[in-house]
Design a binder for this molecule. Structure first.
Ligand code: CO8
Length: 258
């Protein structure tokens, strides 16, 4: 499928999806979100892809939902269209890992989109925020929910009520991002991380992703049981035998996703 608002490249088993509306700081409009959902679904179904990296430009990962597109909508419009729900659900259905490589602004829906990915690697110039309060609304796709689980109530409340931005250092300190790298190196760092993931058994990669995500959906007791059962189940795979034999034989494992 040909895309206009995103660019997709596949190299070394990693799909790199770049948001590409430079004139609007990658503001998320319907076209971009529909294309993103389609590209992610395509990458998930493509056997040659083992990990996905989502990025924007050096100035902006995404400066939020497209305010020009939203401004004149009524309650009935946004309620009926269920704006953003379809694409968000499509992203959450992707079973391969998605790394967000964030440079510059990740605001509003941009911050929420990054949080929908499996983890975030930030450039030193990254700025995260939920400034919807300045527009007379609030976050609508996780900015009051996921952010609170990632950084805790105090910082989530501060960001959602004042609209202030969090820089990369604070985001790392607070647990929103996994690492911070020099601006300009963030995509390379994310691709290197994706490459490492691509080398693992895709069965255990999926199990790990499902299990970590489960911790956000359930109690500790249920989550631990879910994790233990997946751990047990992985002993039915050839890759478990290969991984452990390779360790004992002091060689690199050759995983076959079986
Ligand atoms: N929407 C549309 N256009 C945008 C957006 C946006 N979110 N952000 C920037 N742009 C456009 C600007 O209008 C401008 O275009 P033009 O040149 O045609 O006027 C161009 O991008 C460059 O922007 P600036 O000139 O403003 O660049 P600056 O470097 O001066 O400022 C900022 C950068 C600080 C990022 C500034 O652009 C800004 O504050 N942007 C808006 C940030 C924001 O409020 N984001 C939240 C949007 S609301 C949202 O995301 C809700 C999501 C949940 C929806 C759920 C529905 C169910």
């Amino acid at each position: 499928m040909a895309y206009e608002s995103i660019i997709v490249e596949i190299e070394d088993e990693v799909a790199l999806i770049r948001l590409n509306r430079p004139d609007a700081l990658n503001a998320l409009n319907k076209q971009l979100l529909d294309e993103l959902a389609a590209a992610l679904t395509e990458a998930d179904q493509n056997d040659k892809v083992r990990c996905i990296v989502l990025t924007g430009s050096e100035k902006a990962f995404a400066a939020g939902a497209d305010i020009k597109e939203m401004a004149d909508k009524s309650f009935v419009d946004v309620f009926t269209e269920d704006l953003f729900t379809g694409p968000t659900e499509a992203i959450l259905r992707v079973r391969k890992p998605i790394i967000a490589a964030v440079s510059g602004y990740a605001l509003g829906g941009g911050c929420e989109l990054a949080m929908t990915c499996d983890f975030i690697i930030a450039a030193e110039n990254a700025k995260f925020g939920q400034p919807e309060i300045n527009l007379g609304v609030i976050a609508g796709i996780g900015g009051t929910q996921r952010l609170t689980r990632f950084v805790g109530k105090a910082k989530a409340m501060d960001m959602n009520l004042t609209g202030r931005f969090m820089d990369a250092a604070e985001a790392e300190r607070s647990g929103l991002v996994s690492r911070v790298v020099p601006t300009g190196k963030v995509v390379a760092e994310a691709l290197a991380a994706a490459q490492k993931i691509a080398e693992k058994s895709q069965i255990s990669v999926r199990a790990a992703k499902e299990s970590v995500n489960r911790s956000y959906e359930t109690t500790l007791r249920e989550g631990l049981l879910f994790e233990r059962r997946l751990f047990n189940a992985l002993f039915a795979t050839e890759d478990q035998k290969e991984g452990m034999s390779a360790f004992l034989e002091k060689r690199e494992p050759q995983f076959r996703d079986k």
